[in-house]
Design a protein around this ligand. Structure first.
Ligand code: NAP
Length: 247
């Protein structure tokens, strides 16, 4: 139980990849703060599953794109669980369309949740981590932030932004024993990808060398590695979890 006594915050942990990360980190011994914005019932189910497995978890509602809500959430987490040593910035959304049809609101929404959300949560987290002289931040980006994808200029820009942000922050805090890395999933089966047409899904599957779609657990395994002592000498990296899709 390598994370015994540590507190981990996973943003967007009510569903999909965030849920898998919360379960995984709790299984490794961390007390987990489950953040969500609208799916209260699903967040409570994640909490109950962790507690049923003998772990510790609480739910915290906050829109990561709002700095005041994030600050408020951190205060409550500290009071109820203790200082956050592990932050998994996972909350994210898509709003896909070709640039020529993209509305300003679609651009703003995706950038505010995906990129400003990472800024907000990291900024608040880093304050305490600097005092503690230890911490891990894992940011969930996407292979799309590396390769680009037609119909996702907003999403790809937000995910590429996360990579630049993470490398810069990694350089700022490495000598304070705080490590910052990214995980870049490929095509993972969650609500986010559920809406894709069968044709798009078939095309994607044919481009994955290992011959299957990814599961949220495939991503959570790497997130757990990046929180463990086994990754003590890794920072500023982007680890792709995509079954070989983008090699
Ligand atoms: N699925 C993929 O193939 C894939 C590939 C590459 C990268 N990713 C990235 O992996 C992350 C998780 O994706 P997923 O597929 O698991 O998505 P998902 O199933 O749609 O879940 C998204 C999660 O983010 C939360 N969220 C959305 N907006 C939020 C906000 N403003 N504040 C706080 N939480 C918010 C949601 O909370 P509520 O339930 O309360 O709405 C939910 O828990 C995202 O950053 C995504 O970009 C996914």
């Amino acid at each position: 139980m390598s994370l015994n006594g540590k507190v981990a915050l996973v943003t967007g942990a009510s569903r999909g990849i965030g849920r898998a990360c919360a379960l995984k980190l709790a299984g490794a011994g961390a007390a987990v703060a489950i953040n969500y914005t609208s799916s209260e019932k699903s967040a409570l189910e994640v909490k109950n599953e962790i507690i049923a497995n003998g772990g510790k978890a609480l739910c915290f509602k906050a829109n990561v794109s709002k700095l005041d809500e994030v600050e408020n959430m951190y205060q409550k987490i500290e009071e109820q669980l203790g200082p956050v040593e592990i932050l998994v910035n996972n909350a994210g959304v898509t709003s896909d369309t070709l640039l020529m049809r993209m509305k300003e609101e679609q651009w703003d929404k995706v950038m505010e949740i995906n990129l400003k959300g990472v800024f907000n949560c990291s900024k608040v987290a880093i304050k305490k981590m600097l005092k503690l002289k230890k911490g891990r931040i894992i940011n969930i980006t996407s292979v799309v932030g590396i390769t680009g994808n037609a119909g996702q200029t907003n999403y790809a820009a937000s995910k590429a932004g996360i990579i630049g942000f993470s490398k810069s922050l990694a350089k700022e805090v490495a000598n304070r024993n705080i490590l910052v890395n990214c995980v870049a999933p490929g095509y993972i089966q969650t609500d986010m990808t559920e809406g894709l047409s069968e044709k798009v899904k078939e095309n994607l599957l044919s481009s994955i060398p290992v011959g299957r779609l990814g599961s949220p657990e495939d991503v959570a395994n790497v997130v757990q590695f990046l929180t463990s002592p086994s990754s003590d000498y890794i920072t500023g990296q982007v680890i792709t979890v995509d079954g070989g899709m983008t090699m």
